[in-house]
Write a protein that binds this ligand. Structure first.
Ligand code: SAM
Length: 236
């Protein structure tokens, strides 16, 4: 227990059935020998109010995605938002145009300190996408080690991201953009993806525009800085 944060000792001990009931049978209702093979593949770190997840869930109904958020009230808000949306979806007739594929069963949120406990939730190479959207800038120099991208944490992100997986960063703070890009560029397991390569990419578009912070920046006509990286193959 860490300031009342709940986290499993290891990914194998995590019970996902409450988060994705349609994908994970409860252990005691499972036929003997049956195994849940589905895994969370995308993580939105510091997801805030959940705008990215709600945008991506119906676009990729077969992919399990998870928001991680440290603030309790915000996590509760996203939990309720997902539950309400699932409820509405389940009541819609299947022929209705508002009925989204997947019914938002593939999205969930967890209260977690992602600077401490990512490897408790995800095993090596489990994730194929990890998002850092408009993270807190921590401007003062002495607070830089509080940033969500640091050399030490990059080793963890590289561990849980599979080779070929993509790490997305978007921010409206130029100094933070330069800091994140600098550390990612200098890490041997992250290869920069030229922005042109991702042009028109629906996922990056959602990452830039569908979070609450991203919308606020847009309203204020602020700049957005994007840097994406591919997880390199493991060295021989
Ligand atoms: N990504 C969202 C968006 O674009 O709207 C939220 C951006 S907000 C500026 C940063 C969020 O990261 C906050 O909701 C904050 O509580 C969360 N956060 C900060 N440190 C965190 C940590 N160590 N673990 C999980 N979430 C964290």
């Amino acid at each position: 227990v860490d300031h009342e944060l709940d986290y499993p000792k290891s990914p194998a001990e995590m019970d996902w059935s409450l988060h994705y009931p349609q994908y994970f049978a409860l252990p005691d209702t499972q036929p003997e020998g049956a195994q849940n093979t589905k895994k969370v593949e995308w993580a939105d770190v510091g997801c805030g109010f959940g705008g990215l997840l709600m945008a991506l869930a119906p676009m990729f109904p077969d992919t399990l995605m998870l928001g991680m958020e440290i603030r309790m009230s915000v996590t509760k808000y996203v939990t309720d938002r997902i539950a309400a949306t699932r409820q509405v979806q389940s009541l819609l007739p299947s022929e209705s145009t508002e009925k989204q594929q997947g019914g938002y069963q593939n999205v969930s949120v967890i209260r977690a300190n992602s600077m401490k406990h990512m490897p408790n939730f995800f095993e090596k190479g489990q994730l194929s996408k990890i998002f850092f959207l408009f993270p807190d800038p921590h401007f003062k120099n002495r607070k830089h080690k509080a940033r969500i991208i640091t050399p030490g944490l990059l080793a963890e992100y590289a561990y849980i991201l599979r080779p070929g997986g993509i790490l997305y960063t978007v921010t409206d703070v130029k100094d933070l953009h330069e800091w994140m890009a600098y550390h990612l560029n200098n890490h041997p397991l992250f290869i920069p993806i030229p922005n042109e390569e991702l042009e028109g990419d629906a996922i990056l578009e959602a990452a830039r525009t569908s979070t609450e912070e991203g919308k606020k920046v847009e309203r204020n006509k602020g700049d957005k800085w994007v840097a994406c990286f591919r997880r390199a193959d493991n060295p021989e």
